[in-house]
Ligand binder design. Structure first.
Ligand SMILES: *Cc1c(COP(=O)(O)O)cnc(C)c1O
Length: 502
């Protein structure tokens, strides 16, 4: 019987091509079959083939709980500190910005947290997301490795971000909040939040960094289509924005300025709260729906990952995929290497310091202990979308310090070279962020070719790149270059991180 590279996911609708005429599949497989002896006979067994067609009754269900890794850590992560008192932040300090339930989750030590039914109902629009065997990429690389990717680009916004946007908006709605505000750079997070607000009837206002507001109109139009109000940042609507505009009327803006504007609006309006798309514990928590689902999918096909690879900006998609596997690793059930990949131009894990720093450029947020390049570090204008953040999620930073994972950085031309190989073998065009994970996956697969090991590599394909084609244009025209990381620039910004007595 034929195999199909979509291993598990939303059941494929019964169509002649997918389920009735196996011959179609056979021809397809024949076309791509390796010249050498097939190495993965188990994949074409009847059981697996049924799973492959999505008709298997064992097709996994959407997880009903999120997983909180903190519960399983013997050494707990250091708490966030109030920027004025340097005392651990109390729930009431966060109340102007977040609804109570999310503050509870942010500070929770519970191992599992139930996903509300209404949230599950929305997840069903695109979950479970497919786990796909990259057979054609394997063939292209001539590797004995088996490569799987968990694809989150099937969500309405095209990335993993709706996994947290939906519960964040739902908890706000439960508390009677009428509006949420946020910042966005390239627009992935803003569009995810706009989508979630459209479902639950909340107003949504997004401060989008001026440069991307002007240059990348399509994410803005997605937000507007879902009913959000989008302001270029800096704007004249806030004190923070006016201050910047007074100094520089043509300021291109920055994520830090946009955060300051959104936070200011949330703090001043009782019916308005603020939402963040990465970094915080509750965001990482919501994203574990990816890894819980993937654990079950791997189990259903009888595979165990040897290496798990994901890109890290603030760390949410990486944590989402890897934390449930880290739990199994701590339980002694599996022993995969967990590997984070970041851009060489913004290497917070591999070149940053582990210290208390602000989450935003303006220095308005609580101090978080994390791997940071300094809150006023501004990376080169590389095409890495959400990976251009100066810090790493405190929880990932802590896990990294504990030695449960490793990290490396990859320059952008290698990432796009990998993305092109991926697009031309697997078909999907990755967002700029997961090109880092793909490039690292290709490195590992090529190592396997050298050593002859048939490792199982699992990678996070966290979004598609349909709105990021200008980056591809630049690469395809041969105009993309690797800039060397400036140690001086890093030292200068590290000199400005706050001094916190131990
Ligand atoms: C926002 C974004 C990222 C970076 O954020 P993380 O929290 O590190 O996941 C990565 N990939 C995509 C597709 C994104 O939209």
């Amino acid at each position: 019987m034929a195999t199909h590279s979509i291993v598990l996911g939303n059941p494929v609708p019964k169509s002649p091509a997918s389920s009735v005429h196996p011959r179609v599949g056979e021809q397809w497989l024949g076309y791509f079959a390796p010249k050498t002896k097939p190495m993965h006979l188990k994949l074409s067994s009847g059981h697996r083939a049924r799973a492959a067609l999505g008709a298997d009754p064992k097709a996994v269900e959407i997880p009903r709980q999120w997983y909180n890794l903190i519960a399983d850590l013997q050494v707990k992560p250091p708490p966030p500190l109030h920027p004025k008192t340097l005392k651990p932040v109390k729930p009431e300090d966060l109340a102007p910005l977040f609804p109570d339930e999310l503050i509870k989750q942010e500070m929770s030590n519970d191992k599992f947290i139930d996903i509300p039914d209404e949230v599950l109902d929305v997840y069903r629009l695109w979950r479970p997301t497919p786990l796909i065997r990259a057979k054609r990429l394997e063939k292209l690389l001539d590797t004995p490795a088996r490569i799987y990717y968990k694809y989150e680009g099937v969500s309405p916004a095209g990335s993993h971000k709706p996994n947290t946007a939906v519960p964040q908006v739902w908890y706000n709605a439960q508390q009677g909040i009428k509006n949420v505000v946020t910042e966005t750079g390239a627009g992935q997070w803003g569009s995810s939040l706009a989508f979630a607000c459209s479902l639950f009837g909340l107003g949504c206002e997004v401060w989008q960094v001026r440069a991307s507001y002007d240059q990348k109109p399509y994410r803005r139009l997605m937000m507007q289509t879902w009913g959000a109000k989008v302001h270029p940042s800096p704007s004249s609507l806030t004190e923070a924005g006016r201050k910047i505009l007074n100094m520089d009327p043509s300021s291109p803006g920055s994520l830090g300025i946009a955060i300051s504007e959104a936070v200011e609006v949330a703090a001043m309006n009782a019916d308005t709260k603020y939402c963040l798309g990465s970094v915080l514990n509750h965001v990482l928590l919501h994203q574990t729906v990816i890894g819980e689902e993937c654990l079950k999918q791997m189990e259903a096909i009888g595979e165990t990952p040897d290496v798990i690879i994901g890109c890290t900006g603030g760390g949410s998609n990486f944590a989402g995929l890897s934390f449930p596997f880290i739990r199994e690793k701590l339980n002694g059930k599996i022993n995969p290497i967990i590997r984070a990949v970041e851009p060489t131009a913004c290497p917070s894990l591999t070149k940053g310091v582990y210290a208390y720093d602000y989450g935003d450029t303006a220095g308005m947020t609580p101090l978080m202990k994390m791997h940071t390049l300094g809150h006023d570090f501004i990376p080169d204008p590389i095409h890495a979308g959400g990976l251009r953040y100066h810090g790493m999620a405190p929880l990932i930073s802590h896990v990294y310090e504990l030695g449960f994972m490793e990290a490396l950085s990859i320059p952008q031309t290698e990432c796009f070279q990998g993305a092109i190989q991926f697009a031309r073998s697997e078909g999907l065009i990755p967002a700029p962020e997961p090109t880092h994970a793909i490039a690292a996956t290709i490195r590992e697969a090529l190592c396997c070719r050298e050593t002859g090991e048939s490792k199982v590599i699992l990678t996070a394909m966290c979004g598609h790149g349909h709105f990021d084609l200008p980056a591809y244009e630049k690469y395809l025209q041969g105009n993309m270059v690797d800039l060397s990381f400036s140690e001086e620039k890093k030292q200068a910004s590290l000199a400005n991180i706050p001094h916190v007595p131990a």
